[in-house]
Design a protein around this ligand. Structure first.
Ligand SMILES: [Fe+2]
Ligand SMILES: [Fe+2]
Length: 171
């Protein structure tokens, strides 16, 4: 693989680990606000992000290159409200989509079809990520004025389950 591609994929491992860290911090925020269902949603989200990091990690090794881990930034620890948290999630996922698009652009410019093909999974995944976080954002906004509605939403989000990947290749 081209050195530029290896470096960019290594950066994306860091970005996915940061995403996992960010969602863990959001879980902690919700737990401290006694909203365990929202916390559960964040826990699942954090687990998914870790799986994203590992998927890229494995791909780098599979291509015969070396994974280089770097420092992960500290995520924020406080938010103003549940709406504020989900605005952050949604805008964060939009930023990640942009990062994935840039990786695809680089792979195409290098004529690296294997990496481009690998990254298409992430292109589809980001469509789902923006949709799911956007949907919760809309619901939290609707529930915002009513404690009852917020508790019902908390209960709904407590049902989210993480489905771990069964093999390395279909993460
Ligand atoms: Fe991700
Ligand atoms: Fe994500």
């Amino acid at each position: 693989m081209d050195e530029k591609m290896i470096n960019a994929l290594n950066s994306q491992v860091n970005a996915e680990l940061y995403s996992s860290y960010l969602y863990l911090s959001m879980e902690s925020y919700f737990e401290s606000e006694d909203m365990g269902g929202f916390g559960n949603w964040m826990r699942v989200q954090a687990q998914e992000e870790l799986a994203h990091a590992m998927k890229i990690y494995d791909f780098i090794i599979q291509r015969g290159a070396k994974v280089t881990l770097t420092r992960i930034d500290s995520p924020p620890t406080e938010w103003k409200s549940p709406v504020n948290v989900f605005e952050h999630v949604y805008s964060h996922e939009q930023k990640v989509t942009e990062l994935i698009n840039q990786l695809v652009n680089l792979a195409i410019s290098l004529g690296d079809h294997a990496t481009n093909n690998f990254l298409q999974w992430f292109v589809s995944e980001q469509v789902e990520e923006e949709e799911s976080s956007g949907t919760v954002l809309k619901k939290v906004k609707m529930a915002n004025e009513s404690l009852n509605a917020l508790l019902m939403l908390d209960n709904e989000l407590s049902q989210r389950v993480y489905n771990p990947p069964t093999t390395k290749t279909n993460i």
